[in-house]
Design a protein around this ligand. Structure first.
Ligand SMILES: [Zn+2]
Length: 204
C-alpha cells in the first residue's frame, strides 16, 4: 500500500507529529461476507488508525487535523488491532455512539486476524456484536444501515465460531433483511452448520 506522510496535530495534547495516511481508497464494491473491502483497497485498515506518540490518544488517522507547522515525531508504532481497541475504549469513555464503537472493534478484529492474533480477533468480534446490538436498539445505527448491520451481526457470530448463535440470530432476522443480505445469510447458515468460520466473497 502506497502511503504518504503528513504533519498532524493531536487534539488531546496539542503535540505535532508525522502521520502515515492512506491514499484515496478505491471502492469498487467488492467485499467479503464480513463486508470487508476486497480488490485494490484490500487490507488498508491497518493504516487507517493513528496513535499520538505523546499522550497515546488513538483514533481514526483522519481524526487528527493536518498542520503545516513542522513536525518531527512519528506516530506511535503499535500493532493496529491494539490501536483500534484503544480508540474503541476512548470512544466508549467519550460517549461515542455504539454504531461508531462497533466499527472500531470490527476493524480491530480484521487487523488482529491479519497478524494471526486469533483469540483477540474473536474477542473483538464479540465486542463489535455487542456494540452493534446496542446501536440497533438505541437508534444510533443509521436507518439505511440497519439491514446491513443486522446481517453483519450474524456473520460476526459465525466468524467468531459461535455457530449456534449465528443460526439462531439469522433465523430471527432473515425475514427482515433486504434481498441480497437475506440470500447471503442463508449461505452463511449452511457454512455455520458445517462449522466453517472462513470468510467467503459477498455475492451481490
Ligand atoms: Zn496527544
Amino acid at each position: 500500500m502506497q502511503l504518504t506522510e503528513i504533519g498532524v496535530k493531536c487534539h488531546q495534547c496539542g503535540i505535532r507529529f508525522r502521520s502515515r495516511q492512506v491514499p484515496i481508497i478505491l471502492d469498487r464494491g467488492r467485499r467479503n461476507s464480513e463486508l470487508r473491502l476486497l480488490g485494490e483497497a484490500q487490507h488498508f485498515e491497518p493504516y487507517a488508525v493513528c496513535t499520538c506518540p505523546s499522550c497515546s490518544h488513538a483514533d481514526w488517522a483522519t481524526a487528527f487535523r493536518r498542520t503545516e507547522e513542522p513536525a518531527v515525531l512519528g506516530q506511535k508504532n503499535e500493532p493496529p488491532h491494539l490501536q483500534y481497541r484503544a480508540a474503541a475504549l476512548n470512544g466508549e469513555r467519550a460517549g461515542k455512539s455504539f454504531y461508531k464503537i462497533g466499527q472500531l472493534y470490527l476493524y480491530a478484529a480484521w487487523c488482529a486476524e491479519d497478524v494471526g492474533a486469533l483469540p483477540q480477533s474473536r474477542e473483538y468480534r464479540k465486542l463489535a456484536i455487542d456494540s452493534f446490538v446496542k446501536a440497533l436498539a438505541d437508534g444510533s445505527c443509521p436507518n439505511d444501515k440497519r439491514g446491513e448491520i443486522q446481517y453483519l451481526i450474524g456473520e460476526l457470530h459465525r466468524r467468531a465460531g459461535d455457530f449456534g448463535e449465528c443460526l439462531e440470530y439469522f433465523e430471527k432476522v432473515i425475514p427482515h433483511l433486504p434481498g441480497k443480505f437475506a440470500m447471503m445469510a442463508r449461505r452463511l447458515m449452511r457454512l455455520a452448520e458445517q462449522g466453517e468460520t472462513a470468510p467467503i466473497d459477498f455475492i451481490n
